[in-house]
Design a protein around this ligand. Sequence first.
Ligand code: SF4
Ligand code: SF4
Length: 95
Amino acid sequence: MSVPVKEVPFAGTVPSPKTENEGMITGNWRTRRPVLDADKCTNCLICWISCPDSSVNQNADVVSFNLKYCKGCGICNEVCPVGAISLAPELDFED
Ligand code: SF4
Ligand code: SF4
């Protein structure tokens, strides 16, 4: 049985065709936050397709993170081939 991609629920697969689902907010679980070094990012989108929470946003030049849903699992950090993503303690940030 095939499911049309637009009917796949947010965070039910990677990548999700949806970008928001207020019922799936998981960002408050996070103890570490992904931080991008934009100078290193080649926009290859390996992190985008690997994030289990659809929390990497595609942008024109470099990616960004949707912190409402990012759990800080670190998969993006592991898969980035150029080391453009680091993980910083959540308590280092005020937002
Ligand atoms: S830390 Fe995990 S949840 Fe957050 S953007 Fe990276 S892969 Fe996605
Ligand atoms: S995997 Fe690394 S280089 Fe590729 S888009 Fe993500 S941050 Fe940029």
